[in-house]
Design a protein around this ligand. Sequence first.
Ligand code: PRP
Ligand code: URA
Length: 209
Amino acid sequence: MKNVFIFDHPLIQHKISLLRDKNTSSKEFRELVSEISMLMGYEVTRDIPLKEVEIETPVGIAKTKVVSGKKLAFVPILRAGLGMVDGMLKLVPMARVGHIGLYRDHDTLEPVEYYCKLPDDIGERDVVVLDPMLATGGSGCDAVKFLKNHGAKNIKFVCLIASQQGVERLSREHPDVGIYCAAVDERLNEHGYIVPGLGDAGDRLFGTK
Ligand code: PRP
Ligand code: URA
């Protein structure tokens, strides 16, 4: 699929393997999610426009480039998306952060919205949605629809592990949204968990059950 980008960088793949390990502690899990997010952020921001400037060095004038001031917003889907924010902000500290609170109903697997706070000018920003898991795709699709209803036009969806089904659903419902992930796993189990996946990302990040 044209809109799907899979990170094959060796460091990302190595860290994803550590994340999948059920013996990885919450502390290590949090650190790994943050590190992987920063590495992904490097690629996700590749198309940020530059402008030419002149900078006075101790030796002379350099004609050089800086980012042109294009505005970005990171929007984590609560809770698990929170783990990806600081890695991204390390790369783009001036970005704004919006929050969308969704949880999956355990029986229906349908997303339930409980919180939203977005920057006022979200319609003028390039938006990067953050969520470690794209499983049925219900949460991702709802979050993107919500953002579009608030005026967002240029949206990327960044996750760590996706399912084939989730990728297909998000691509079908929002073909304009680029999907960035480190792995596409083959299936979901009867509880809607990605197999083999990494388990419940929110619980592993925050040490809950
Ligand atoms: C997880 C995950 C996604 C969603 C993915 O969140 O972080 O938001 O499930 O599943 P879907 O693609 O089938 O919608 P969860 O609902 O467990 O909430 P949490 O982050 O608060 O733990
Ligand atoms: N949410 C998770 O945290 N993990 C999955 O495998 C699916 C949804």
